[in-house]
Write a protein that binds this ligand. Structure first.
Ligand code: ADP
Ligand code: MG
Length: 246
């Protein structure tokens, strides 16, 4: 550990579920264990990320092993990377570039409660995508209209959106979600409360790909939201990160 590199606050992490994968101590270990692509490793170091935070160390292996996850970790602990890195690794390559048959249409969906938050997630995604031709779209009125053309939208890899925007596109019949293999609800406490729950359920119902991987991330998860989350997830692992001595 570098002397001049202030350590991230230490966290206590508890994971519950069956066959919980071991946490990783470094990003390098993800390459050894899961063949994480070198360009992703180098983009991480480009971002200045030297080592995984608690939620990254525990959460990334779980998602890399295609498990469903409920992750609860305080604000500022790097939850965004915890799901974006596995998604990009599991998708492998942009659909325009992959040799494997990856079907047609968007393959990963991140849903967040506000446009501002979706915007931040999109930015993090662009940093990780450096050097590859990923099409990660921040879904808005403007992008939704450019995606009205099916041949354009079939080339999109990842959509980041608020629930309302997705629901309107689904209603207008200008979006298919049947090829979505990974869906993340960020700030899940808000996504699963009364304001958004019905929209979220409509979205999930349209993700008909078999064994779609689902994950929820939040700083807090009240019992009621947690109950709903657990009913949506398949054999989930629940990871809780708490600040030490708080
Ligand atoms: P959260 O969603 O948990 O509130 P974010 O994903 O927004 O946290 O990340 C908070 C900040 O930490 C961001 O500026 C992000 O770039 C940075 N960050 C994420 N992972 C790491 C890491 N492994 N090392 C250093 N900084 C990181
Ligand atoms: Mg966040």
């Amino acid at each position: 550990r570098d002397e001049d590199d202030p350590p991230m606050p230490r966290h206590r992490v508890t994971s519950k579920g069956s066959d919980v994968p071991d946490p990783v101590e470094s990003f390098q270990a993800l390459q050894e264990r899961y063949q994480l692509s070198s360009y992703l490793l180098s983009n991480l170091s480009q971002c200045g990320y030297k080592r995984p935070t608690g939620i990254q160390s525990h959460g990334i292996p779980i998602l890399m092993e295609s498990r469903d996850l409920a992750a609860i970790s305080p604000t500022g602990t790097g939850k965004t990377l915890s799901y974006l890195l596995p998604i990009m690794s599991l998708l492998g390559a942009p659909s325009s570039r992959t040799k494997a048959d990856c079907g047609t249409g968007v393959r990963a969906l991140v849903v967040a409660p506000t446009r501002e938050l979706a915007h931040q997630i999109h930015n993090e995604c662009l940093k990780l995508a450096q050097g590859r031709k990923w099409r990660a779209v921040l879904f808005s009125k403007a992008t939704a209209s450019t995606l009205a053309d099916k041949s354009v939208r079939d080339k999109v890899d990842i959509i980041i959106s608020t629930p309302l925007r997705l629901v309107s596109a689904l209603k207008a019949d200008v979006l298919e979600l049947d090829n979505v293999r990974h869906i993340v609800l960020d700030e899940a406490d808000r996504m699963l409360d009364a304001e958004f729950l019905q929209q979220v359920q409509e979205i999930i119902a349209r993700c008909t790909y078999p064994q779609v991987q689902k994950a929820v991330f939040s700083a807090t998860l009240p019992a009621s939201a947690e109950k709903v989350a657990m009913s949506m997830l398949r054999n989930p692992i629940r990871v809780v990160v708490g600040l030490k001595d708080t």
